[in-house]
Design a protein around this ligand. Structure first.
Ligand code: ATP
Ligand code: MG
Ligand code: MG
Length: 586
């Protein structure tokens, strides 16, 4: 797809496709378990990628990048992308998260049914195969059961400055190891009493190759396999096998897995030699994870915000979770554009938050309907209304639903003797350069008349409670005389007698620091105390009866969406998605 800018992953895929690398894939020995998950329909797809979340939390904007990347590459190159739950860690996982991940991927517009699966893949479905793969490694002398204590194992692993020390259990025979591994499985050993380790190289400069643990004993109920297992594969062992069984071609992950790649290849080379998986086996490629300024992307820290009630939940509109972004008013298109604009890099860097908001504005501006809203209302009384227009008369005004799309039609709203204006549009003693309402000045009420300000009313505390003005006759927008009255200021308004009351939630960035964890060991210190301000305002009457999740541009104010939870027939509730321009002051 030439409209997409190239990147190193596209180049790798294009080269592999040109060499027809994966069409030549051959199955080594007996397909076993692999066949029923994968074979059959598999060879028709040119490339096969996967998005492999661990179902231990809600997905965030970083995952959205990974979803758009993997599913996007599959789509662009005639391949498929699997959704796979990497559920090998029973303690932390839950079906609540499984469901929310499925929702998030669908919402972003992707589907895994293209791979012939009505369901997503689950790593836990491969536990039997993984057990057999471990037995194969043991019988070929490439794995052993180690019964050192965790502390001994850590000590003997060595570090960058010194090689590791062989475990006293390292030279057990395959027969001994097979028997002991079977005992681990049967529950004869306590949690933590032994691990199965790959037998590679205790002197390797890559610590990950110093006989990494591949199975551990853990008595925990798994959300899919229940109590069938008391031993679980380690992630580093499970992940390459999952990729191989699903015949993934390009296994794309974030940079922190770079040091794991040698083990990934070591393991899959062993299993291919043994005929347990097909060759060529999948290859791992790393890209830089998304770091977004003013945003935290760590499930653990996001969970802390939720648990400590710093936000209202995972879907709080300030959260960078997909459910939060969605409730905030982000669209799938905005996130796709964002993912496309940031591209993929091989080195870590920070993406500016304004890139995300820019993608949002650029996707919303061409389509969303316009409306007038007054967020901080001040009453404006047109004292000569009855003389000029007639007592009790309401005058009809109209405006395009979208200024550049006439086919979206017109919206109608009326004006009468009293209108709501923004408090900030009136100054009793104007500052230099203030062109809006002040005594003696003329402005246009947008889509309506020119008015001339005569003064204001105050309460006993000296607060301004109303502004007074007179209509200038024959100046209504769209009428022949409209342009004769030259004014510098145009202000938005809604009619007091017909406007709809609305609660508007004004959201700002959740953190005040570009790097939320900078300059403190407690990121909570960097929370923005003003990240939510709730105002009671008014919106134009054409918005009566709108559903939840509807987006509008409120003229001069920005983009707003009716809240997915709290908006309803009894109460109009809007979230600010973003302002018109980037107005953040550092
Ligand atoms: P977290 O660090 O937030 O807990 P994780 O990496 O542990 O996230 P997984 O469920 O394992 O979460 O992630 C699934 C996929 O999403 C992985 O392939 C991972 O590479 C990718 N991913 C996670 N965070 C980011 C990020 N910030 N940018 C890009 N991709 C990410
Ligand atoms: Mg992970
Ligand atoms: Mg993580």
């Amino acid at each position: 797809d030439s409209s997409k800018s190239s990147n190193f992953l596209r180049q790798i895929i294009e080269k592999d496709l040109a060499e027809d690398l994966y069409a030549k894939r051959r199955w080594g020995g007996s397909p076993g378990d692999a066949a029923h998950h994968a074979a059959g329909e598999l060879d028709s797809a040119k490339i096969r990628l996967r998005f492999p979340p661990e179902p231990n939390g809600y997905l965030h904007i970083g995952h959205a990048k990974s979803i758009c990347l993997n599913f996007g590459l599959a789509r662009d190159y005639g391949g498929v992308c699997h959704l796979r739950f990497d559920d090998t860690n029973p303690e932390k996982e839950d079906t609540e998260y499984v469901d929310s991940i499925i929702d998030a991927v669908h919402w972003l517009g992707f589907d895994w049914a293209q791979a012939g699966n009505s369901q997503a893949y689950q790593a836990s479905d491969y536990f039997d195969f993984m057990y057999r793969a471990a037995q194969y490694l043991i019988s070929s002398g490439q794995a052993y059961v180690d019964e050192q204590s965790a502390e001994e194992m850590r000590q003997n692993r060595g570090d960058f400055s010194r090689p590791g020390i062989d475990s006293p259990y390292r030279n057990r025979t395959p027969e001994e190891n097979l028997a002991r591994f079977e005992e681990m499985r049967a529950g004869a050993l306590a949690d933590g009493a032994a691990v199965l380790r790959a037998k590679i190289d205790m002197a390797s400069p890559n610590i990950n190759l110093r006989d990494p643990a591949i199975y551990r004993i853990r008595r925990a109920t798994h959300h899919n396999t229940g109590d069938k297992w008391c031993i679980y594969p380690m992630y580093t062992f499970a992940h390459p096998i999952e990729d191989a069984l699903e015949q993934i071609t390009h296994s794309i992950c974030t940079l922190e897995f770079e040091d794991q790649r040698p083990f990934y290849d070591w393991l899959l080379d062993c299993l291919a030699t043994g005929g347990l998986i097909a060759s060529p086996h999948p290859r791992q490629y790393e890209f830089a994870r998304l770091n977004l300024t003013y945003v935290l992307t760590s499930k653990r820290k996001l969970a802390q915000l939720v648990n400590e009630k710093r936000v209202s939940g995972w879907d709080d509109p300030r959260m960078p979770t997909i459910v939060g972004l969605r409730r905030r008013g982000y669209t799938p298109d905005a996130l796709h554009l964002f993912a496309e604009r940031i591209g993929v890099a091989k080195g870590d860097s920070w993406i500016d938050y304004s890139t995300l908001e820019g993608s949002l504005r650029d996707t919303l501006d061409p389509i969303v309907p316009r409306a007038m809203a007054v967020l901080e209302p001040l009453k404006l009384v047109l004292d000569n209304w009855d003389e000029v227009m007639g007592h009790g008369v309401l005058d009809d005004c109209s405006a395009p639903v979208h200024p550049h799309n006439p086919e979206q039609g017109k919206r109608h709203f009326d004006i009468g003797k009293e209108v709501w204006i923004e408090r900030s549009d009136f100054e009793e003693t104007p500052a230099k350069g203030f062109f809006r309402l002040f005594p003696g000045n003329k402005v246009r009420l947008k889509y309506a008349h020119v008015i001339e300000c005569t003064g204001c009313e105050k309460n006993a505390e000296g607060e301004i409670i109303a502004v007074h003005a007179n209509l200038v006759a024959d100046t209504k927008s769209g009428t022949p005389g409209a342009d004769s009255a030259k004014v510098k200021g145009v202000i938005t308004w809604v009619n007091v007698s017909s406007a709809l009351a609305a609660q508007v939630r004004l959201y700002e960035r959740l953190f005040v620091q570009e790097h939320p964890e900078a300059g403190t060991d407690n990121f909570l210190d960097n929370l923005n105390p003003d990240s939510l301000r709730v105002v009671e305002g008014y919106v134009e009457p054409s918005l009566a009866g709108i559903a939840a999740g509807q987006r509008f541009q409120f003229e001069r104010h920005g983009y707003f969406v009716t809240d997915l939870h709290d908006h309803g027939d009894e109460k109009i509730v809007f979230n600010r998605i973003t302002s018109m321009k980037d107005s953040w002051v550092k």
